[in-house]
Design a binder for this molecule. Structure first.
Ligand code: 5AD
Ligand code: SF4
Length: 476
């Protein structure tokens, strides 16, 4: 038997209701602790993008409030939650692999609860597969009702049935959920949800719905609260931040929002992602340039260098238009570094199209690039296109792309060597407790030796050695 779909109350009432469930579960967990001397443990895994990572911070915050303790060991967890991604097929395969393993785990630990949420769960075919093949899953919910975790856990406990609660939309944003930040000194802030762009390869608009922007008041209140809590760097998150604010009752542009966040006392660095080139306005370039706290580092996915392919991708810009944008951005901010997303092997991509992609890489000179092999996603227009490129051809292009890209990344990083740059110290290296890691404004990862008291501070570091994907520095 399954329990399904509930509806939303207004956001504030929803929060109050969920907090009530959290209190009930906490009481049960406190009793468990009193009886056994042990805390119940949760294991949480966020797959995919920063949006999912940030959503998981909220799930983890709620579990923490319920009295669960976090564990990094899946094999000792009483509650396991995977926040799934479906942008590419390999992310989905990973989840099915984990579910196979969990079948055994649940046999040995029948009281363990397994929850699946996030983008992948918004697809009917996935739900069908779970219903038929993975009956040991206890809780399934999607991207629109994440805040309902406490209630769904309670429903599961009381009914003993698998709970499926998938919504197709939700305009309400439940503010002020408890949250555990992955870093104390930097935080992500959602400024909008969903996407209206329907790039022909991409499943995101189908699983995260239409664009909804949070009001500047709510965003600023969150940023101020974070600043009061010691956060120095905020990352403003949205699938396409450049179209922020268009659907608000009183429309506000992303450039205006940046200027407002720039005024928040205590915040020292502002980053944002992702920018769609078609919506990157002159107003935004000027705001980036003029706001002293906005990091001079821009993630500007181009996906393909071929105008022909960009058209089939429904991206609404040309190769020349993109390169002109890069020129304008660099002219305004000569110190800026750029990163990007690239897809190789989109249907119909010829060797000539691929060469155009290499040309953009050479001309735009990225400090980092996220490179992807095209993955066919059911339900997207690209999945039905003819001339899907054979796997061996795509693999060969992918390798050739890295051969062009990596030396450029090395050269761009080299430009930092010899400079003294402010670094926000993030954490102690996982491999050596005397080494700290942090990031420059340009988002270069820096390793340098120093005391862990520096974590959370912005300190000057001289860059002395280029390791391509990170640099070695020296505290001065
Ligand atoms: N195949 C490969 N890469 C994809 N991306 C989105 N959809 C697909 C797909 N079907 C990439 C894009 C996007 C990033 C988040 O993921 O490059 O910018
Ligand atoms: Fe996907 Fe395009 Fe929206 Fe990015 S802008 S989430 S690639 S549809």
């Amino acid at each position: 038997m399954e329990r399904q779909r509930t509806t939303a109350l207004p956001a504030e009432a929803e929060l109050a209701r969920q907090m009530e469930y959290i209190r009930e579960i906490r009481q049960e967990n406190d009793r468990y602790f009193a009886e056994t001397g042990k805390h119940k443990k949760f294991y949480s895994l966020a797959m995919g993008c920063q949006m999912n990572a940030h959503d998981s911070e909220k799930l983890e915050g709620m579990l923490d409030e319920m009295g669960y303790e976090r564990t990094q060991e899946e094999t000792e967890a009483d509650f396991i939650i995977y926040n799934t991604c479906c942008v590419r097929e390999n992310a989905e395969l990973k989840v099915y692999g984990k579910l196979g393993w969990l079948k055994h785990y649940k046999k040995q630990n029948p009281n363990a609860v397994v929850a699946l949420c996030g983008c992948m769960m918004q697809q009917d075919t996935v739900l069908e597969t779970i219903r038929q093949k993975y009956r040991h899953v206890d809780l399934v919910f999607g991207t629109f009702n994440l805040y309902k975790l406490p209630e769904l856990m309670k429903t599961r406990e009381e009914s003993g049935c698998t709970v499926f609660d998938i919504w197709q939309e939700n305009q309400e944003v439940v503010e002020d959920l408890p949250s555990i930040r992955h870093f104390p000194y930097k935080a992500s802030v959602n400024i909008m949800f969903g996407c209206n762009n329907f790039c022909s390869y991409c499943v995101v608009p189908y699983v995260r719905g239409r664009e909804r922007s949070r009001t500047p008041e709510d965003i600023l209140a969150e940023v101020r609260k974070l600043a009061a809590d010691g956060v120095k760097e905020v990352m403003l998150l949205g699938q396409n931040v450049n179209s922020y604010g268009k659907n608000l009752e009183n429309p506000v542009s992303f450039a205006e929002l940046l200027r407002m966040v720039n005024e928040v006392e205590g915040i020292e660095r502002i980053r944002f992602m992702t920018s769609h080139p078609k919506d990157m306005s002159d107003e935004l370039i000027l705001a980036m340039k003029e706001c002293d706290k906005v990091c001079k580092n821009l993630h500007l996915p181009f996906q393909s260098g071929s105008t022909e392919i960009l058209k089939k991708m429904n991206r609404h810009y040309t190769k020349e238009g993109y390169l002109e944008l890069v020129r304008k951005v660099r002219e305004a901010m000569p110190e800026i570094t750029l990163s990007t997303d690239i897809i190789v092997g989109f249907p119909g991509e010829t060797e000539e199209d691929f060469q155009e992609t290499l040309d953009v890489i050479r001309k735009a000179r990225y400090c980092t690039a996220f490179t992807f092999i095209y993955s066919k996603r059911t339900g997207t227009p690209a999945a039905k296109m003819e001339n899907q490129v054979p796997e061996d051809v795509v693999k060969d292009r992918f390798d050739r792309m890295l051969q062009v890209l990596n030396p450029i990344v090395h050269e761009v990083t080299e430009e930092q060597v010899g400079k003294v740059l402010p670094v926000l110290v993030e954490e102690v290296s996982k491999h050596d407790e005397n080494i700290l890691t942090g990031r420059t404004e340009q988002n270069t990862l820096v390793h340098f030796s120093g005391s862990k008291d520096l974590i959370g501070q912005i300190v000057p570091v001289k860059i002395i050695e280029n390791k391509t994907f990170y640099v070695i520095g020296e505290r001065i």
